[in-house]
Ligand binder design. Structure first.
Ligand code: AMP
Length: 298
């Protein structure tokens, strides 16, 4: 691998050709390639995906691209933070091998006209509040899959619905890629890490804690034996409203289909999207017998 990674700094590429050429060398040597797609403004959540990728794959490719196709009109595409130098330092520290950070025009030519049409898990929740969001996500993820041709790709459970949409696309389009979904990384006070947390004022950040608190409450109620989803949702809404958050949705669903569940008899997922001032945040927690362990650390 020394030819691929001559120094501690990851190899930075900006164009598809450059990336392909660079990866062809690795592919010839037969190593498995892992991909971590991001929009940059990296934090420990992203870096946990890099760590997971490095544990599994000899070659870790991280993409940093703020994808215009997944932002709606009036969303924060132009303000989205783009601290590439700082991101590269963080990635060097975590041992990423290759960083692909293209300009918008390198990914979407002016006459770009082809998008992935997504259905199934893409239709509800984020799909309702952010029309075309998952179409944009699926399109860029598929493009990155074609460019990098990874054996494995790493996503965060923070974007729970996105992970289902990606898994479904991979299954439906017969892509030979293993999708690995990693646990949510939180600040010690419970707030799920997000690049958008940087937009929060101190007061908003404090109020935003109601989101993880509501999910913890849901977990606790299930652990105490409550099975009635509407009862749990009422508790969650109360906590969110008390912090003056504007709720887009709060739901308890089947974790595979995202169909709403009335009674929690098996695995379930609680999903929250809420606005704190102008900042829209999403979070989720697994509920039920197979629930993940990460929330118990809060
Ligand atoms: P983004 O840069 O927001 O597109 O996120 C890139 C990847 O990082 C996605 O797979 C996210 O789900 C994942 N991610 C973002 N925040 C977290 C977090 N707090 N914990 C784990 N994964 C995360």
């Amino acid at each position: 691998m020394t030819a691929i990674r001559p120094s501690d700094a990851p190899r930075l590429t900006h164009t598809a050709d450059e990336l392909r050429r660079h990866l062809a060398q690795a592919r010839r040597s037969g190593v498995s390639v892992g991909l971590v797609p991001t929009m940059g403004a990296l934090h420990e959540g992203h870096l946990s995906l890099v760590d997971a990728c490095r544990r599994d794959c000899p070659l870790t490719v991280v993409t940093v691209f703020v994808n215009p196709a997944q932002f709606g009109p009036g969303e924060d595409f132009s303000e989205y933070p783009r601290p590439l130098e700082a991101d590269l330092k963080l990635l060097a520290g975590r041992g990423a091998d290759v960083v692909f950070a293209p300009e918008t025009a390198a990914m979407y030519r002016a006459d770009h006209a082809t998008y992935v049409e997504v259905g199934g898990p893409a239709l509800s929740f984020e799909g309702e509040f952010r029309p075309n969001h998952f179409r944009g996500v699926a399109t860029i993820v598929l493009k990155l899959f074609h460019l990098v041709r990874p054996d494995r790709a790493y996503f965060g459970r923070k974007d729970y619905q996105q992970s289902l949409v990606v898994r479904r696309m991979v299954a439906d389009l017969d892509l030979p890629i293993e999708i690995v979904v990693c646990p949510i990384v939180r600040d010690p006070d419970g707030l799920a890490l997000s690049s958008r947390n940087a937009y929060l004022s101190d007061d908003e950040r404090r109020r935003a804690l109601a989101i993880s608190r509501s999910l913890r409450r849901a977990r606790q109620l299930v652990a105490e034996g409550t099975r009635d989803a509407p009862t749990i949702l009422a508790h969650m809404r109360e906590l969110l409203s008390a912090a003056e958050l504007k709720i887009d949705y709060v739901a308890i669903c089947n974790p595979d289909t995202l169909e709403a569940t009335d009674r929690i008899e098996g695995p379930a997922v609680a999903l929250v999207a809420a606005r704190v001032g102008t900042v829209r945040l999403i979070d989720n927690e697994l509920l039920g017998p197979t629930a993940g362990a990460d929330v118990t650390k809060l």
